[in-house]
Design a protein around this ligand. Structure first.
Ligand code: PLP
Length: 425
């Protein structure tokens, strides 16, 4: 493996010729691979089909609630019990909702913008507000802030979580900062798991805004590729212990456990926040889809059953994530032009090219038939200041397709990097 930055122009041009031939061969194959979103593959979705066995006759909850009818705003009692176990909170600290946790996050923020949150200084919409955004991060989080006029402050994300020195400094002196987005386990897209120390500091820090909230999107709580999921310090417990019980708003769903479009979502928070949410939810709806909640509880049962189910997902996911590492390692390892994460779970790999190359890499990959998430997506306002981050989502395509797509991506990175080096020479 030669570091390309040490090669002279002649050697780089020779390499470029070979790579161009490989690139053209890919183009001639007429590939159409979509690696834009972290979707479960059909094979993964099939794992949860047994949920529908006897679905026609199963509509009574364990206490006799007819789940076909209205009611149960906070969710079916047994669904609340399951999510309480899943998130490590009390049953009355949980609301179980519809299919999408992102929708729950959006609704929470819309309510905060219109009505304000408990302990706050009025509606967020009536003053300047900002969120801290560890990045690279999840584009849909950033889109919510952008749509609702909440400013975004990028924060560096390290191996153990966001830059806590920067965060503590900013929240202490800027009362417009009312929130932070966190994906604390197998983060989208880097795979980062927050350390206990980071969780403690988030819970303890003093904030100038009295109504500061942590949006704790624990979408990948049990989504490891091998063995037990990584441990994560309980944020609600840490916030209560630190004297900031209202700070934690925790979200999760079964989107990547059962069905991405038809799972069950949940929110966990202090009783004060739960009561506040339910008061507004009661105006919005008469109740969630309890039939889906019931099917999910009967299928997922308890944590050991969930973990056994996730092991079946892992058996499908791990070879694809291994393929990403193998191909990128073979093609790009030691060449000094890219580095990438090697997550132990979740749905993504985050890759950084040399500065200023990501947009062009994604453009030429698309021309050869592999679509990737647009450059900049992992940053607030879609602005990657170094134009280098690429999110890789290997879950949906078949194993062979992942291998092909990674080879093409590597060829594109090599070509664009060589052009950059030649331009600098
Ligand atoms: N949060 C994160 C970090 C995600 O990566 C995703 C989907 O990719 C979601 C939320 C969406 O969750 P849901 O389907 O429950 O709305």
């Amino acid at each position: 493996m030669t570091d390309l930055r040490t090669l002279d122009a002649g050697a780089l041009r020779a390499l470029r010729q070979d790579l161009l031939a490989r690139y053209d061969a890919f183009r001639a194959r007429g590939l159409t691979l979509d690696m834009t979103r972290g979707k479960p593959s059909p094979e993964q979705l099939d794992l949860s089909l047994p949920m529908f066995a006897n679905a026609e006759t199963q509509y009574l909850s364990e206490s006799g609630i007819d789940c076909r009818n209205y009611g149960g705003l906070d969710g079916l009692p047994e669904a609340k019990r399951l999510f309480a176990e899943y998130l490590g909170v009390a049953t009355d600290e949980v609301i179980v909702g519809g299919a999408s946790s992102l929708a729950m996050m959006y609704e929470t923020i819309v309510r905060a913008v219109i009505f304000g949150v408990p302990g706050g200084a009025g509606p967020w919409g009536q003053r300047e507000t900002k969120f801290l955004c560890p990045c690279p991060g999840y584009d849909r989080h950033f889109a919510i802030c952008e749509e609702l006029g909440i400013g975004m402050v990028p924060i560096a994300l390290y191996d153990d979580g966001p830059d806590m020195d920067a965060i503590e400094d900013l929240v202490a002196r800027d009362s417009a900062i009312v929130g932070i987005w966190c994906v604390p386990k197998y983060s989208n897209p880097t795979g980062t798991v927050y350390s206990d120390a980071v969780v403690e500091r988030l819970a303890r820090m003093e904030t100038a805004a009295p109504d500061f909230r942590i949006f704790w999107d624990n979408s990948y709580a049990v989504h490891s590729f091998e063995g037990e999921p990584a441990p994560l310090r309980n944020l609600l417990e840490a916030c209560v212990a630190a004297g900031h019980p209202e700070r934690a708003l925790i979200y999760a769903s079964t989107a990547k456990i059962t069905f991405a479009g038809a799972g069950v979502s949940a929110m966990a928070a202090s009783r004060v926040n739960v009561t506040w949410s339910l008061r507004h939810m009661g105006i919005q709806t008469i109740g969630p889809d309890k039939l889906n909640q019931l099917r999910h509880v009967q299928f997922l049962r308890d944590m050991p059953t969930i973990l056994a189910h996730m092991a079946r997902h892992a058996a499908i996911m791990k070879p694809k994530f291994d393929a990403v590492q193998t191909v990128l390692g073979q093609e790009l390892g030691g060449k000094g032009i890219a580095h990438w994460t090697n997550p132990a779970g979740g749905y993504f790999v985050s890759l950084d090219t040399m500065d200023g190359c990501a947009t062009e890499v994604i453009r030429i990959a698309a021309e050869a038939g592999v679509r990737l998430t647009p450059a900049g997506s992992t940053f607030p306002y879609r602005r990657d200041p170094r134009d280098r981050n690429i999110r890789i989502a290997p879950s949906f395509p078949a194993q062979k397709e992942v291998e092909m797509a990674m080879e093409l991506l590597a060829v594109c990175i090599l070509l664009v990097s060589i052009d950059r080096l030649l331009a600098q020479a």
